[in-house]
Design a protein around this ligand. Sequence first.
Ligand code: CA
Length: 228
Amino acid sequence: MADNTNVLVVEDEPAIVELVSYSLREAGWDIRSADTAQGAWESISRGKPDLVLLDWMLPDQSGLRLLARLRADRDFQDIPVIMLTAKSMEEDKIAGLNNGADDYVTKPFSPRELLARSRALLRRKSPHLAEAPLRAGAVTLDPNSCTVAVEGQQIDIGNAEYKLLKFLMAHRERVFSRAQLLDKVWGDHAVIEERTVDVHVLRLRKALKSADGLIRTVRSVGYMLSEK
Ligand code: CA
């Protein structure tokens, strides 16, 4: 089962990084960022992302150079790349596409448009990421629309609870400690305490209504999703 879609944002303007990260996290994706081409290369070398959003103008070298480097690398040539560009010049778009960009978005762009383009690209290039809905008991989670239904009725669910549920559904019948859930669901940068996990589990159970029994407490260990 695929983990969360992992996106690298290569951009040196903090406000844009923040906007993009916020919007894509809402979709349940994991976001990391780099503000130079070199930093991006190091980040990609540490772990291959599912998608790169690449700014054209970076402080150390152009995004186009980084793109060319990726496309020349056997391990990274297939990473889907969307260029973020302030340039609306037709020749620049053509240069980007000729150098292997899969798509481009011209600044200023709406986060919604960027998300839609990203989803479309991932569906096209990485169909394994356009995941099939996950089902457990009466619960259906659709990773593409980021919605959850109980007995066919869509429920209201917060972003944190959605991510927690998705993780547990993808790893059912396995017990995770609070520390593991913090790490797997919220990532390394989470500065939240273990008891916060309990709060989210409580909210998740509430959101799941009649299906709340799927989320089991395993005393002195942690939590699991079980259909048994
Ligand atoms: Ca820039």
